[in-house]
Design a protein around this ligand. Structure first.
Ligand code: GLC
Length: 572
């Protein structure tokens, strides 16, 4: 495998029509959220979860590759940033066909990333600082180098044959059907040893596990127990929607049309996904301390997303909202429809989960930036993400305005033993920019992927020094989430700004004290008259604004291009 992995998700594979389908929900002006929190609130119902791409966060042993001890060294930084938990991308032994997402041993740590003792130490140190850790659990598939698959491929009657999905091909030598893999090509690979084809929705090196086999279920649930006993606060589940396929494996009569390849009715969100995750949910519930499932639950619409929580909140507690995560342009009307829908119609007791960037997605600074106002836009998307109720994810480096690697930087990045293959997504996986030096404070050796030139300006040291920086903006937003009653637990209110470029919403505590968040998603300065608020609304001080604003001339408001104003209100 060399440059073969296409830009999975970087190109936002979810097409506009899917987004629009979920947007066709009309909401009353200033509608109060119908959601009521369950009686005992859990830590994860209003958390900030920070995603760490382990290979790129901090190297502790001078090999140019990030590791678990590196994360331990940076826990005080994370605590200072105000996050509640970290999700660490896979650190299991892996041949790295898909950088850790091809697991060859589920209960161990790759030599690249440390040892199980390093994991234990990280858990201890994180817990001391009140930080929880989520393990990335790759359920859908293992590596083709996993001993289970090595056994399985040996013969048709091997006891592990049925742990994976094997089928005969057609008489003319073609695969069992015409389905396509997310990474391109057929979902089937012929194994000459037995002349049968095995199924893989991702790479050929990532054969799908057969979750209909009870022994697989048991083995995988034992893996979950292993990490829960070792202190994991829960899991980020990889690719849950594609765990099951239509057992009859029918040919797709419309393979070139219809939904994208990962959202077909024969491979996405089958009912068995729900029953399996319900079982996993109960397993977690048998452990103390509110363990949690965050999941990569890619769905075509809000209805499927709501279903992922389970009818009785007994499946995924935190399914990531890809209808928002896959958005790729600043569009106030689209934001309004999606955020209003996620906050007001997901269903009582379902915690919404917001994110804009990840190891698979373009970074916010680049993805939403217009080339001129990128720093301001980074602040706008941060406010959009962090001022919401529910749980929010942030990807490492967003807080210092890290953008994607430039195309020429990525093209020049060497293939080496530390980087055995290129992946287009590497552009969002460059080393964390701690300081303005050649290795960015990430490592003492040459990093596995080059440090971005932009590190000279965008790095933690520099950003911490400048009170107007993106970093300080994130800090202030995280503080609001924790300490301000409106942002901590306040309900979401939809607001009509009367301007198609300006998105606004309010957060209101039970006392009636609240805040209005107004976001100008355009390069034009705006003069707004906010008519859409209840008559009894009173305006207080500016809580946060960028560019700075001394006072809002309530209910009138001048907004700079891409300006953000968070203002105290009271509705009594
Ligand atoms: C998930 C991961 C992605 C990986 C894929 C296959 O989508 O986020 O990075 O390539 O699963 O495991």
């Amino acid at each position: 495998m060399s440059n073969a992995i296409p830009a999975y998700k970087l190109n936002r594979l979810v097409p506009q029509w899917l987004l629009l389908a979920a947007l066709a929900i009309s909401l009353p002006l200033c509608a109060a959220a119908p959601t009521k929190a369950p009686e005992k609130e859990k830590w994860w119902q209003h958390a900030v979860i920070y995603e760490i791409y382990i290979r790129s966060f901090q190297d502790s042993n001078g090999d140019g590759i990030g590791d678990l001890n590196g994360i331990s060294q940076r826990l005080d930084y994370l605590k200072g940033l105000g996050i509640d938990a970290i999700w660490i991308t896979p650190f299991y032994p892996s041949p790295n066909a898909d950088f850790g997402y091809d697991v060859s041993d589920y209960t161990n740590v790759s030599k690249d990333y440390g040892t199980l003792a390093d994991w234990d130490n990280l858990v201890r140190e994180a817990n001391k600082r009140g930080i929880r850790i989520l393990v990335d659990f790759v359920l859908n598939h293992s590596s083709d180098q996993h001993p289970w698959f090595q056994e399985s491929r040996k013969s048709k009657d091997n006891p592990k044959r049925d742990w994976y999905v094997w089928r005969n091909g057609n008489a003319d030598g073609t695969p069992p059907n015409n389905w396509r893999s997310i990474f391109g090509g057929s979902t089937w690979t012929l194994d000459p040893a037995t002349n049968q084809w095995y199924y893989h929705i991702f790479l050929a090196q990532q054969p799908d596990l057969n979750w209909r086999n009870p022994e697989v279920r048991k083995a995988m649930f034992d893996v979950a127990r292993f990490w829960l006993k070792r202190g994991a606060a829960g899991f980020r589940l990889d690719a849950t929607a594609t765990m099951f396929e239509d057992e009859t494996y029918p040919n797709d009569p419309n393979i070139d049309g219809g939904p994208p390849v990962h959202l077909k009715s024969y491979n996405s969100s089958l009912p068995e996904v729900n029953s399996t995750l319900k079982e996993l949910h109960s397993l977690l519930a048998s452990f103390p301390d509110d363990r949690v499932i965050l999941a990569e639950s890619v769905t075509a619409d809000l209805k499927n997303l709501a279903a992922a929580y389970g009818k009785n909140h007994d499946e995924i507690q935190l399914p990531m909202n890809f209808l928002i995560g896959d958005m790729n342009k600043l569009d106030a009307s689209a934001f309004k429809k999606q955020f209003d829908a996620a906050n007001l119609t997901l269903g009582a007791g379902n915690t919404p989960v917001f994110f804009f960037s990840s190891h698979d997605h373009t970074r916010q600074w680049t993805g939403f930036g217009d080339g001129e106002h990128n720093d301001q836009i980074a602040k706008l998307t941060a406010a959009l993400n962090l001022a919401q109720p529910g749980t929010t994810l942030m990807y490492y480096g967003e807080e210092i305005g890290m953008g994607d690697m430039k195309a020429q930087e990525l093209a020049a990045a060497a293939i080496s033993s530390k980087r055995p293959r290129a992946d287009d997504r590497d552009r969002v996986r460059s080393p964390m920019q701690w300081e303005p030096t050649a290795t960015a404070g990430f490592s003492t050796a040459t990093p596995w992927l080059p440090v971005q030139a932009i590190t000279a300006k965008y790095n933690v040291l520099e950003q911490q020094r400048d009170p107007q920086s993106i970093y300080h903006w994130y800090l202030a937003l995280n503080k609001l989430r924790k300490a301000d009653a409106a942002f901590n637990r306040g309900e979401y209110r939809a607001i009509d700004t009367g301007d198609k470029d300006v998105f606004a919403f309010a957060r209101v505590a039970t006392t009636g004290e609240g805040a209005i968040v107004v976001l100008n998603c355009s390069a034009q300065a705006k003069e707004l008259h906010l008519n859409g608020l209840p008559a009894k609304t009173q305006f207080g001080d500016v809580i946060l604004a960028s560019p700075t604003l001394a006072k809002m001339e309530s209910p009138k408001l001048s907004l700079e291009p891409y300006g953000v104003v968070i203002n105290r209100i009271s509705i009594k």
